[in-house]
Design a protein around this ligand. Structure first.
Ligand SMILES: [Zn+2]
Length: 283
């Protein structure tokens, strides 16, 4: 499932390839993709508007339109945003197509939302009516790359959190954008076991964790995200990421720890998710 670094890589692609373009026409195939509203609502909300900004909060892509509304795309399990030449042969499972007009010397293009498992979503909403139309954005926690994210903010977010660290990092209302891969990598970088209790972490430990969050997510964005064997994550041009080559614990259960070379990576299940850690490095 795409996490913050993959979604940020897609956002940058949309910024480069689609911002400033007018949407001439919209096609919606599978209605499950637009289930929050309707096929007509998406077509009416997008046709004739220009994409003015590509933003992101956590795993939510949020594009501003010159109509004042916003386009939200959530990739969920298997969604992909691809930019294609106009008239290119569609991929299977292409559920939404935005026809983008030519811009200056650049020819017209198509933005495709492709989603084999159809958990993903495409919605046009009014940012002044978030409570009715996109209530989960109100509950969303701090985005560690977009919002003001400091060790002090992290300490405040962890106050009263008595569950385990892994589950808290996965909780999108605490910090937005971290999923299973990066939670494990972040805890390894910070030298913290999944079972630590967030509200009991000392300030120096929170500072170490904060640094690990910013570094791991930043490095992963710089690598274009992680593309795993069992996922189909690619950027808008169809290219894979390379951060999977930097993983130190995720997907490495039973292999020697690359950090200490003293223990094999352990695997357990936490909050219903496979969790990989080094029992020597992570305390
Ligand atoms: Zn180790």
């Amino acid at each position: 499932m795409p996490e913050l670094p993959e979604v940020e890589t897609v956002r940058r692609g949309i910024e480069r390839m689609a911002v400033g373009r007018r949407i001439a026409r919209v096609e919606v195939g599978r209605e499950r993709t637009v289930r929050r509203t309707s096929r007509e609502a998406l077509i009416d909300g997008l046709s004739g508007t220009t994409i003015t900004h590509a933003g992101r909060r956590g795993k939510y892509l949020l594009c501003s339109l010159d109509s004042g509304e916003q386009l939200m795309i959530h990739l969920r399990m298997s969604g992909r945003v691809l930019i294609a030449e106009s008239g290119a042969q569609r991929l299977p499972h292409t559920h939404v197509v935005l026809h983008l007009e030519a811009l200056g010397e650049e020819p017209s293009r198509e933005l495709w939302f492709v989603d084999p498992r159809t958990f993903g979503e495409v919605v046009v909403f009014d940012p002044d009516r978030l409570a009715e139309q996109m209530p989960e954005l109100i509950r969303l926690g701090v985005d560690p790359l977009v919002d003001e994210f400091t060790p002090e903010i992290l300490r405040q977010r962890f106050a009263g959190k008595r569950g385990n660290l892994k589950g808290t990092l996965l909780n999108q209302s605490v910090i937005a954008g971290i999923g299973n891969i990066y939670a494990d990598e972040i805890m390894h970088r910070a030298g913290l076991r999944w079972s630590r209790v967030p509200e009991r972490l000392s300030m120096p430990t929170i500072e170490r964790l904060h640094k690990a969050i910013v570094q791991i997510l930043g490095d992963a964005v710089a690598s274009g995200g992680s593309t795993l064997d069992d996922t189909q994550y690619v950027d808008v041009m169809g290219d894979t990421g390379s951060y999977q080559n930097e993983h130190r614990v995720y997907g490495r259960a039973g292999e020697m720890c690359l950090t200490c070379n003293k223990a094999r990576i352990s695997r357990t299940t936490v909050a219903g998710r496979t969790t990989c850690y080094c029992a020597v490095c992570q305390r």
